[in-house]
Design a protein around this ligand. Structure first.
Ligand code: UDP
Length: 239
């Protein structure tokens, strides 16, 4: 069995929902453990890994719109939610013996390092998993955009977007049983077909910088490792 990773450095985008399991809210410990097992399997291959984690399982800024709360305030609360997920992820990875650092785009020095690109690169070179928290640090953005931005900043070779479905489909596979999955498609094809892969800001950034995106289902055991070994898993979006 060939165990040589296809990539030297990658960025994994985990949505907040990925940590939720079957619950409607929060972090499910078993789900977290399962994800950490998948992550450990690729760290053991020697690939340099950065993770951007979302916060939708705890809080979404836009959700407050209807309550009359200021959008920017809601977004900062959403960013704080990603910090909680990052800390949970770090804790679980540590239990599995994986060395990690959390770098936060908002300053909360007691629990995380600030985001410093050079330091992140140094951690990666030492084999530490770097978890980026608080998205971009700016309201009106998303953690997808943070994933795109950080992947480019750290010189990752690919953004791995973990989703709840197996890849990019012609239609929503949960609603349309005839939906077909793409093995690969170009950014331009995705635009023509109006396929939503990342939010528009994140998508444009990846397209401009020629950063490929692989969409795959993290809940398929071994999927992350197969992606890293260069196997045909999920959907590749490329220039
Ligand atoms: N957020 C933000 N700026 C960022 C990243 C996130 O304001 O750069 C806020 C925004 O309110 C968002 C919330 O944090 O709704 C959680 O992030 P996201 O929705 O991207 O999480 P995911 O959907 O991946 O769980």
């Amino acid at each position: 069995e060939n165990e040589t990773p296809k990539y030297k450095r990658i960025l994994l985008k985990l949505s907040g929902e990925a940590l939720m399991g079957n619950a409607a809210f929060g972090i499910n410990r078993d789900t977290l453990r399962a994800i950490v097992g998948e992550v450990k399997s690729i760290v053991d291959l020697g690939v340099e890994l950065a993770i951007v984690v979302g916060g939708g399982n705890i809080f979404r800024g836009v959700a407050l719109g209807s309550t009359g709360m200021d959008r920017a305030t809601g977004d900062y609360m959403g960013m704080l939610a990603t910090c909680m997920n990052a800390m949970a992820l770090q804790d679980c990875l540590r239990n599995e013996g994986v060395e990690t650092r959390v770098q936060c785009a908002l300053d909360i020095d007691q629990v995380a390092e600030p985001y410093i690109r050079g330091k992140a690169l140094s951690h990666l070179r030492k084999g530490r998993v770097v978890i980026f928290a608080a998205g971009t640090g700016n309201p009106f953005f998303t953690t997808d955009t943070a994933a795109a931005l950080r992947s480019i900043e750290i010189g990752a070779e690919v953004v791995l977007k973990a989703t709840q479905v197996d890849g990019v489909f012609t239609a929503d596979p949960k609603k349309d049983p005839t939906a077909k999955m793409f093995k690969s498609l170009t950014f331009d094809e995705a635009i023509q077909k109006k396929l939503k892969i990342l939010d528009a800001t994140a998508f444009t950034l990846c397209r401009d910088q020629k950063m490929p995106i692989r969409v795959f289902n993290l809940h398929n055991p071994g999927a992350l490792k197969r992606v890293v070994l260069g196997e045909d898993e999920g959907t590749l979006v490329h220039v």
